[in-house]
Design a protein around this ligand. Structure first.
Ligand code: MSP
Length: 633
C-alpha cells in the first residue's frame, strides 16, 4: 500500500487555540482524508510544542508550573480537534517521554559527529519568537524583524549547530527539488536567503530551565526549535519503532504557516542531513488570516474563536469556509459577510437545494427509489469526468479552494440540468423511461458530489450519502466510478442539508462585537500598563549635542543626542518654550526604543521626556554630572 505522511506545526501551549491553528489543522485533515480515499496508508501527525522560555514565562505569570500549563492547554486543543472532526493518527506532545529521549540522543549523536560544538553567543533575542537575531537583522529601534517587539541582549555559552557547513548541500537539494517549498514564490525567497550565506545557529540555552537538558552538560537546555522540529520523526517512531519510522519517513508534506518557513525549509533539512536522514518531500507554507479586514489582535480573535463559530454555524461549515474562501498559500480575510454569502448561496441554495429538489422528484415519480442504472448521456459523463480531473489535479497540488470550485461547478451544472430537462414535463408527457434516466444521472452526480465533499465536510458528506440511500462513512477510490448507485436504493429527504442564516442578524452581532473589541482594546491601553509592558520601554540619559529649529515650524526642534555609544536624532515639539541654543549641553531623558517616525521628512528616532501643556513645555533637565547612556529606573 502506498503511504502518505502529513503533519501540522505543533502548537505552543501558552495560548488557547485560535482560527489560525484551526486553519492549518483543517487543511491537513482535508488532505489526509483525500489521500485515504485514494487508497493511501495515511499517517497524520499533530500535537503541541511545550518547552521554551515563552511557555515558562506564561506559566509563571499564571502561577503554574510549565507542565501544568501545558496539561491544561493541551485539553483545549484536543477538544477543538474533536469538535472539528480532525482525524489525526497521533497527537504528539514534546514533553512525551519518547520525544524527549529521542531529541536528547540526536543532540548527543550530532555533538559526537562534530555537527554540534560549544561556543559563545552574544546576540539579540526575541522571547516571543524564541529567535536570536544578528544586530544587522534588527528593525530600527532594536526590535525583532518578525514581530516588531523589543529584543533583549543575551551573552551566554551555547552549543552551536554547524549550519554553515550545509549551505551548499541545501542549495543543491533545492536545485534538485524545485517543488520542495510551495507556493513557488516562497521557494525563491528561501533560495536567495541561503545564497546570502548561512551562519551557525545556537541550539542551547542557559538562561532558563524549561526544556530538554543537553545530556552531557546539564547546565544547558536544548533550543526549543531544535526540540520541536524533531517531533516530525519521533512522532512516527524514530528511536523507538524503527519499522514504523521507515514506513512513513520522509514526510510527504509538512503544512505550516508562512511565519515559520525558514525553520522548516532551512534548519530542518540541514538537521536531517546531519542525522543522515532524508529531508521531507514538500513544505507548504500557507498565508495569514486577518479578521474583518483587521490584523488578528487578541480581542478580534474572540470574534472568530473556532468554538464559537462551530456553535453558530457547525463544524463542517467552518471547514468549508476556511478552505473555500482563500486560495491555500495566500493571505486572506475572515469576513462574516463572505461567510454568510457562502452559506446561503453555495451551501444552502446550490448544494442543499439540489438534494432537496431531486430527492423530492424521486419520491414523487419513483416512490422514493433510485431508478435503474443508466450509463449516462455523453454530456453528463463528460462534465463529471472533467470535474474529477480538475478536482484531483487541484487536490494533488493542495489547491483546496480550486477543488471546491470544481465541485460546486458540478452542483450548479446539475441544477441547470434539472431546469433544462424539466422532469415534471417528462412526467406529464408520459416519458417515464427518459425521466428515470435523467433522475438517475442527477442522483449519481449527487453521489459523486458527496465523495468530493467528503474531505472538506465529512459529516455532511455522510448525510448526503444517507439521503441517497447509501450507507457510507469513508468513500474509497472505486466509488469515483460512474454507477455507484445500483438502482432501487431508498432515498430520504430528511432535514435540509444546510439552513440559511439571517445575514442582518449575523452581521449586526459581529459589528457589535467588533465595537466591543475595539473599546476593550482602547480601554486596556488607557487604563493600566503592566510592569511587563512598562519595562519594554528603554529610557536612558542623553546629552543634547546639537539643536536647531526645523524649517518652517515654530514648535519643532531637531536634536542630536549622545546616548553613550551612539548618536540619535529626535524631533521634539518644544520650540515654543525653548531656544535651540539653551538646549545644547543639557542632559535629558530619552526613550531609546520607540519605533522611529518621519516628522517633516526627518526620521525621529524616539522621544525625550517632557511635561506641560499647549502653552508651556518643561523639560526635566538632569544634573550635569549624570553619566550619559545610564538607564533611567
Ligand atoms: N511551535 C511553533 C511551531 C513548531 S513546528 C515544529 C509555532 N507554534 S504556534 O502556536 O505559534 O503556531 C504557529 C502556526 O499557527 C502557524 O504556522 C500557522 O500554521 C498557524 N497560525 C497562527 N496564526 C495564524 C494566522 N493569523 N493565520 C493563519 N495561520 C496562523 O509556531
Amino acid at each position: 500500500m502506498k503511504k502518505f505522511y502529513i503533519t501540522t506545526p505543533i502548537y505552543y501551549v501558552n495560548d488557547i487555540p485560535h482560527v489560525g491553528h484551526a486553519y492549518t489543522t483543517i487543511a491537513a485533515d482535508v488532505m489526509a482524508r483525500y489521500k485515504r480515499v485514494k487508497g493511501y496508508d495515511v499517517f497524520f501527525l499533530t500535537g503541541t510544542d511545550e518547552h521554551g522560555q515563552k511557555i515558562e514565562k506564561a506559566a509563571r505569570s499564571m502561577g503554574l508550573a510549565p507542565k501544568e500549563l501545558a496539561d491544561k492547554v493541551v485539553v483545549n486543543f484536543k477538544k477543538l480537534w474533536e469538535r472539528l472532526g480532525i482525524g489525526y493518527s497521533h497527537f504528539i506532545r514534546t514533553t512525551d517521554f519518547y520525544h524527549e529521549e529521542g531529541v536528547s540522543r540526536i543532540f548527543e549523536m550530532l555533538y559526537k559527529k562534530g555537527d554540534i560544538y560549544l561556543g559563545e553567543y552574544e546576540g539579540w533575542y526575541c522571547v516571543p519568537c524564541e529567535t536570536f537575531w544578528a544586530e544587522s537583522q534588527l528593525g530600527s529601534g532594536n526590535v525583532c524583524p518578525d514581530c516588531g517587539r523589543p529584543v533583549e541582549k543575551l551573552k551566554e555559552k551555547s552549543y552551536f549547530f554547524r549550519l554553515s557547513a550545509y549551505q551548499d548541500r541545501l542549495l543543491e537539494f533545492y536545485e534538485k527539488n524545485p517543488d520542495f517549498v510551495r507556493p513557488q514564490g516562497r521557494m525563491n525567497e528561501i533560495v536567495s536567503f541561503v545564497k546570502r550565506g548561512l551562519e551557525d545557529i545556537s541550539v542551547s540555552r542557559t538562561t532558563f530551565k524549561w526544556g530538554i537538558p543537553v545530556p552531557f552538560d546539564k547546565s544547558h537546555v536544548i533550543y526549543v526549535w531544535f526540540d520541536a522540529l524533531f517531533n516530525y520523526v519521533t512522532g512516527i517512531g524514530y528511536g523507538w519503532d524503527e519499522e514504523k519510522f521507515k514506513k512513513y519517513w520522509p514526510a510527504d508534506i509538512h503544512f505550516i504557516g508562512k511565519d515559520i518557513l525558514r525553520f522548516h525549509a532551512i534548519y530542518w533539512p540541514a538537521f536531517l542531513m546531519a542525522c543522515g536522514l532524508e529531508p521531507p518531500r514538500r513544505i507548504f507554507a500557507h498565508g495569514w488570516w486577518t479578521v474583518e479586514g483587521r490584523k488578528m489582535s487578541k480581542s478580534l480573535r474572540n470574534i472568530v474563536d473556532p468554538n464559537k463559530l462551530i456553535d453558530q454555524f457547525g463544524a463542517d461549515v467552518v471547514r468549508y469556509f476556511l478552505m473555500r474562501e482563500v486560495p491555500f498559500g495566500l493571505d486572506g480575510d475572515f469576513s462574516h459577510k463572505a461567510l454568510v454569502t457562502r452559506i446561503n448561496s453555495e451551501l444552502a441554495n446550490d448544494l442543499g437545494n439540489l438534494f432537496h429538489r431531486v430527492i423530492a422528484m424521486t419520491e414523487r415519480y419513483f416512490k422514493g427509489t433510485v431508478p435503474p442504472y443508466f450509463e449516462g448521456s455523453n454530456e453528463v459523463r463528460t462534465k463529471v469526468n472533467e470535474t474529477l480531473r480538475e478536482y484531483e489535479e487541484a487536490m494533488e497540488n493542495q489547491a483546496f479552494s480550486r477543488a471546491l470550485e470544481a465541485t460546486f461547478n458540478l452542483v450548479r451544472y446539475a441544477n441547470r440540468y434539472v431546469d433544462t430537462k424539466a422532469p415534471w414535463e417528462l412526467y406529464k408527457s408520459g416519458k417515464l423511461e427518459e425521466l428515470g434516466e435523467v433522475l438517475y444521472e442527477l442522483l449519481e452526480i449527487m453521489r459523486i458530489t458527496a465523495i468530493l465533499c467528503y474531505p472538506f465536510m465529512p459529516l455532511k458528506s455522510r448525510e448526503m450519502f444517507k439521503k441517497l440511500g447509501v450507507d457510507k462513512v469513508e468513500p474509497e477510490e472505486e466509488d469515483f466510478n460512474w454507477g455507484g448507485l445500483k438502482g432501487g436504493e431508498r432515498v430520504a429527504k430528511g432535514d435540509p442539508l444546510f439552513v440559511r442564516v439571517d445575514e442582518e442578524e449575523v452581521l449586526g452581532k459581529v459589528l457589535k462585537e467588533i465595537e466591543d473589541a475595539e473599546k476593550e482594546e482602547k480601554e486596556e491601553m488607557e487604563e493600566f500598563v503592566s510592569i511587563e509592558d512598562f519595562v519594554k520601554l528603554k529610557l536612558v540619559v542623553a546629552e543634547v549635542i546639537e539643536a536647531e529649529r526645523v524649517k518652517n515650524s515654530s514648535k519643532l526642534i531637531k536634536l542630536i543626542l549622545n546616548i553613550g555609544n551612539e548618536r540619535r536624532t529626535v524631533v521634539a515639539g518644544i520650540g515654543g518654550s525653548y531656544e535651540p541654543s539653551e538646549l545644547v549641553g543639557k542632559k535629558v531623558i530619552y526613550f531609546s526604543n520607540l519605533k522611529p517616525k518621519k516628522i517633516r521628512g526627518i526620521e525621529s528616532q524616539g522621544m525625550i521626556l517632557a511635561a506641560g501643556n499647549e502653552e508651556r513645555i518643561y523639560l526635566p533637565i538632569l544634573p550635569e554630572d549624570t553619566p550619559v547612556g545610564s538607564p533611567v529606573k
